[in-house]
Design a protein around this ligand. Structure first.
Ligand code: GYE
Length: 333
């Protein structure tokens, strides 16, 4: 079993990484074992879907960087269904691609297909989301620390509450990402960690349900939350899109998002920043989707038998509402 926390202590795993990459090279099943780049690298990429603005930006980044790197990209969109991703990976194995990269929809269920890739000596690079499989089955993860994003969301909520002059108990509704997905599990975990350690007596999660990372899901679930809990003080949404859907539900219920209900989201897509500059979102924890350039570098290194770290982390910032107007023109996604 592997989780992101293990990654932190898994520096020794680099040796295993190098071993896997070296196998791919020695076996000769890769298209170019010389490392000289005479033949384009074929990369099979199995994407989660197109559920959010973050995902669209991520897909664009992967496609543009693969082109820039001169790779042949086999791209598949799983429409948020793990079974579609498994079929896509099997087809990449059958096509004998050089490297497989994917962002697993959920954390479980990958062992069999990852073993098939390993048997075919095709290195697998995880990007964005991680899996709960044995770490010998993939080379590295290129992506964010979602647990830390959850912690950062709780810490920025402290500031938001202070600025709003909120006193006393805080009733929190949580819109969770896709059930079983790493960012949903870990953002909830990080948030709760801070809450349990520092706000046991004053904060309470009164409602928590998945909105599947979509705008429609966020709207629908928020409608139900408002009916069962009309006195919610705060919404923590695991992504901007669900927060944006929830804003529609809050407005339809005659309340002011950002005032009557304080809102913290994760991602930092343009639409999120627009809503924040209109006062409807109070703070955003950034999660950077522009992973393409780093991913292509890793793919190239792995294909050439080089060493990479077990977890290549993305750098991110947090934004309060008063920074939104200035930051908006600089947002790249
Ligand atoms: O936060 C959400 C997307 O896995 C980090 O997936 C990604 C998440 C992102 O649908 O908007």
């Amino acid at each position: 079993m592997l989780n992101r926390r293990n990654f932190l202590t898994a520096a020794v795993g680099v040796a295993a990484t190098a071993g896997l990459a070296a196998c791919a090279k020695e076996d000769g099943s890769s298209s170019d074992s010389s490392g000289g780049g005479s033949k384009a690298i074929t990369l099979g990429f199995a994407q989660v879907g197109s559920e959010s603005g973050w995902r669209t930006a991520n897909t664009d980044s992967v496609k543009a960087s693969a082109k820039e790197a001169g790779f042949k990209l086999q791209f598949s969109d799983a429409q948020q269904k793990p079974e579609n991703q498994i079929s896509a990976i099997r087809s990449f194995i059958a096509q004998k691609v050089d490297v497989i990269a994917f962002s697993p929809v959920v954390v479980t269920g990958w062992d069999a297909v990852l073993k098939e890739a390993q048997a075919a000596k095709i290195p697998v690079v995880l990007t964005d989301r991680s899996v709960d499989s044995d770490e010998s089955l993939f080379v590295t993860l290129v992506g964010s620390d979602f647990t830390d994003e959850g912690r950062r969301a709780a810490k920025i909520l402290e500031k938001v509450l202070e600025q709003a002059g909120h006193k006393g108990k805080v009733k929190i509704a949580q819109l969770e990402g896709t059930t079983g997905a790493a960012p949903a599990i870990e953002r909830a975990k990080g948030f709760k960690e801070v809450m349990d350690a520092e706000h046991k007596d004053d904060w309470e999660i009164v409602a928590s349900q998945t909105g599947d990372f979509t705008r429609a899901g966020g709207k629908q679930v928020m409608q139900a939350f408002l009916q069962s809990n009309p006195d919610i003080d705060v919404l923590f949404a695991h992504n901007d899109d669900m927060g944006l859907g929830a804003i529609q539900a809050i407005e339809a219920a005659g309340k002011k998002p950002g005032k009557d209900i304080l809102i913290v989201t994760v991602d930092g897509v343009k639409d999120g920043f627009v809503a924040m500059s209109e006062g409807k979102i109070n703070a955003i924890v950034e999660c950077n989707p522009l992973l393409g350039p780093q991913l292509m570098e890793v793919v190239k290194t792995v294909h050439e038998g080089g060493k990479v770290e077990r977890w290549i982390k993305t750098e991110e910032s947090d934004f309060m509402q008063d920074q939104a107007k200035d930051a908006l023109p600089t947002r790249k996604y």
